[in-house]
Design a protein around this ligand. Structure first.
Ligand SMILES: *Cc1c(COP(=O)(O)O)cnc(C)c1O
Length: 369
């Protein structure tokens, strides 16, 4: 009998993630599984953390890939840095800002949210007013809002957060590997990402980095981190130092895959990779114009790796997406929340960010519309 697996076939992934995985990364994934304390694996781990520091733009010692997807990275940041009653401010303009507020509230934080219109960036003026309005332990923002295709001004906000003394948490799930991420320059105390967006790995790891300030907050907690699996003080004894202690079994093969993805990225050159994302985005934007399709976000705030496209009136959103997949082998994303039915989300992430892929999508859309 045939299993469901026989239907799985190569698909051009132009949605909000996962993105297409390169053959090199696939080969790395298939290398022999070895022990998680094998010195040969520890050498791989050390190269991964070193490459992550380069890509994050940080010298933070505690820079590691957490086991789990991007949301595990989010959860790890809050669960380690927040205690019940702490005041948290979330600058929110999409699904992932909403998720941040939910995660923080579940931990007993007193959460304030400043909401910005979905599809528009966080503005420094309104953020500033809120930032100095209370004594916040932590301020959270999403760099690249995948739900809307908006880039937020994380450097400018970071400059202000530093003045307030709060910890600064930035979600870089979609931005890392697609646009510049400069953790130390932003003065970000905690950042997390995911492997399946612009790093073009399968989903499964959440690279994260924590500043010395964040680590100090962690050391001076009055209560234990209420989540054993994501407790950074336990995890760091596996990822750092001369003597490695077992905490949980690392997803060995995913770490190989991340190693291959990071190596490939650094070999191509970080700036070159960012330029390739920009080029694919500009090309897409030109081609969409020819189909009379408009981008939803204002030019200055657009993300190259996530393009929100306004769905023309009279077009059946779900039918187009479903035929793209069944007839052309191309996946694009739907709108979420208030933008459901209003936008498509076209991803140009990592390995997928190439003109040839844009051509395939535009040809297919041209036939369907
Ligand atoms: C995808 C994404 C997440 C969540 O990551 P998962 O891997 O789906 O858990 C968080 N933040 C942003 C900005 C994302 O795009």
């Amino acid at each position: 009998m045939k299993s469901a697996m026989h239907l799985v076939s190569q698909t051009l992934l132009m949605g909000p993630g996962p993105s297409n995985v390169s053959e090199g990364v696939m080969r790395a994934l298939g290398r022999p599984t070895i022990g998680h304390l094998d010195p040969r694996f520890i050498a791989v781990m050390d190269e991964v953390t070193s490459m992550l520091r380069t890509l994050f733009g940080t010298e933070n010692e505690l820079t590691i890939p957490l086991s789990g997807t991007g949301s595990a990275g989010m959860e790890a940041c809050f669960v380690n840095l927040i205690e019940p009653g702490d005041r948290v401010l979330i600058l929110q303009n999409g699904v992932f800002g909403v998720r941040m507020a939910d995660v923080a509230a579940r931990l007993g934080a007193e959460v304030d949210v400043v909401e910005f219109e979905w599809g528009r960036p966080v503005t420094v003026a309104r953020a500033e007013e809120a930032l100095f309005g209370a004594d916040y332990r932590l301020v959270g923002i999403v760099h690249a809002e995948t739900s809307t295709g908006v880039k937020n001004p994380v450097q400018e906000i970071g400059n202000l957060v530093r003045e307030t003394g709060a910890l600064y948490l930035v979600d870089t799930v979609t931005s890392l590997g697609g646009i510049p991420v400069d953790v130390d320059q932003w003065a970000a105390d905690a950042v997390y990402s995911g492997t399946q967006k612009c790093l073009s790995c399968p989903p499964g790891l959440a690279p994260a980095a924590f500043s010395a300030r964040a680590q100090a907050v962690l050391r001076h907690r009055s209560s234990k981190v209420p989540n054993w699996y994501l407790d950074l003080s336990l995890l760091s004894s596996y990822w750092e130092g001369a003597k490695r202690a077992y905490h949980h079994t690392a997803p060995i093969n995913m770490v190989y895959a991340l190693h291959a993805a990071l190596s490939g990225l650094l070999e191509e050159g970080v700036e070159e990779v960012h330029a390739r994302h920009c080029d694919a985005h500009n090309y897409l934007s030109d081609q969409l114009e020819k189909l009379n399709l408009d981008l939803f976000v204002e030019p200055g705030a657009r993300l190259p790796m996530l393009n929100a496209v306004a769905i023309p009136s009279g077009v059946d959103d779900a039918a187009v997406r479903s035929r793209l997949l069944s007839d052309f082998g191309i996946e694009i994303g739907a709108g979420l929340g208030p933008l459901a039915g209003k936008i498509w989300r076209i991803g140009l992430m990592g390995h997928t960010a190439r003109r040839a892929n844009v051509d395939r999508l535009i040809a297919a859309l041209g036939k369907l519309l």
